[in-house]
Design a protein around this ligand. Structure first.
Ligand code: TXA
Ligand code: MG
Length: 320
């Protein structure tokens, strides 16, 4: 059932369900999340069931107050304070060494927990009213594209979850950036809505997956994929199959030989492109096409996060 989130009784209903160990879908500024009481392992187990998510993939814990970070982790490095003062609440997840309060199922047995303080007013109100941290992955079946609209959550998981709080479209449209921080470096574990360029004002930034000897658990080679195979092309000239969808980065300059076309941004604005990215991919993932072609996106700023997801989707097409 979809409930309009600005109706105060909707947040109440959601909190009651969370207290009973149920799961609820709610909006965040990045994508919609599927939330459960982070301190209740049975509730968190339901998230894994509903998403058909493998138990080795850790879940992000959402908080509304820094108090909870101090309460749930072994230590808060001083560098973290500097970064969170600027970027929290917002689309940034930080990995910490967890303490025993976080159930192992949340972190898939890892010693670290990813914590984020979302900025979406409904997410904030929900977590505040609930009064405890909320574990939440994106509200999609495992491996599929993340939803940025309540109607997409309904289409993907509507029959498996009691309520979906509708707070409108997610403004960023792409997931949070996942980082870890030590006194020397900021490591990016997943590209996302906070760009590498923004992070570099706080120190040296490296990509964890490209570093030797640093494990990036939870980073599977394929993820974020539509059902139909996806191929990255340099433009409409790369379209070989007309029974296809085409995700253009910007207005195509030559005719597009596909059944369905979506243009991420008319004037090359990466922010606008990111906000449309997942919802357009969901709309282009249709039964009556054989392949989705996606135009290459410039790899700067938010473009890196989008290209990372397109590459993973393309890779999955090669496996299946
Ligand atoms: O924007 C977002 O981050 C959204 C909204 C709902 O907050 N959530 C989200 O969660 O994208 P999810 O579960 O779809 O992706 C979280 C990813 C995991 O797959 C994993 O790669 C990484 O974050 N992650 C979480 N905890 C981690 C940990 N302890 N160590 C390493 N990576 C972790
Ligand atoms: Mg996800």
């Amino acid at each position: 059932m979809i409930l309009k989130a600005n109706d105060p009784s909707a947040i109440q209903t959601a909190c009651e369900l969370l207290r009973k160990g149920e799961i609820v879908a709610f909006p965040t500024e990045t994508v919609y999340g599927l939330g459960a009481d982070a301190l209740n392992p049975y509730a968190v187990a339901k998230i894994f069931e509903v998403k058909k998510r493998p138990r080795f993939d850790p879940i992000i814990v959402h908080v509304s107050d820094f108090f909870w970070v101090e309460n749930l982790v072994k230590k808060v490095p001083p560098e973290v304070k500097i970064i969170t003062e600027k970027l929290w609440p917002g689309p940034l997840t930080i990995l910490f060494e967890k303490n025993e309060k976080i159930p192992d199922i949340v972190t898939a047995g890892l010693p670290t927990v990813g914590i984020r303080m979302p900025s979406h007013h409904i997410a904030k109100r929900l977590i505040e009213s609930f009064g405890r941290p909320v574990a939440a992955p994106s509200a999609n079946p495992f491996g599929y594209i993340s939803p940025t609209k309540a109607s997409h959550v309904y289409r993907l998981l509507g029959d498996k979850i009691p309520i979906i709080l509708d707070g409108g479209d997610s403004v960023y449209g792409i997931e949070s950036t996942v980082i870890s921080i030590d006194e020397k470096k900021i490591r990016i574990h997943r590209f996302g809505a906070v760009t590498m360029e923004e992070l570099s004002q706080f120190g040296e930034v490296v990509v964890a997956t490209q570093e030797k000897g640093v494990a990036s658990p939870g980073q599977l080679p394929y993820h974020y994929a539509p059902n139909k195979p996806l191929k990255i092309v340099d433009g409409p000239q790369g379209i070989k199959n007309p029974f296809s969808s085409y995700l253009a980065f910007t207005n195509p300059e030559i005719p597009v030989n596909s059944k369905y076309i979506k243009v991420l941004t008319k004037n090359g604005d990466l922010r606008e492109a990111a906000s449309n990215f997942f919802s357009y991919l969901i709309e282009l993932d249709r039964d009556d096409v054989e392949v989705i072609y996606a135009e290459r996106i410039p790899e700067v700023g938010l473009g890196r996060a989008m290209m990372e997801r397109l590459r993973k989707a393309e890779k999955k097409s090669l496996y299946t």
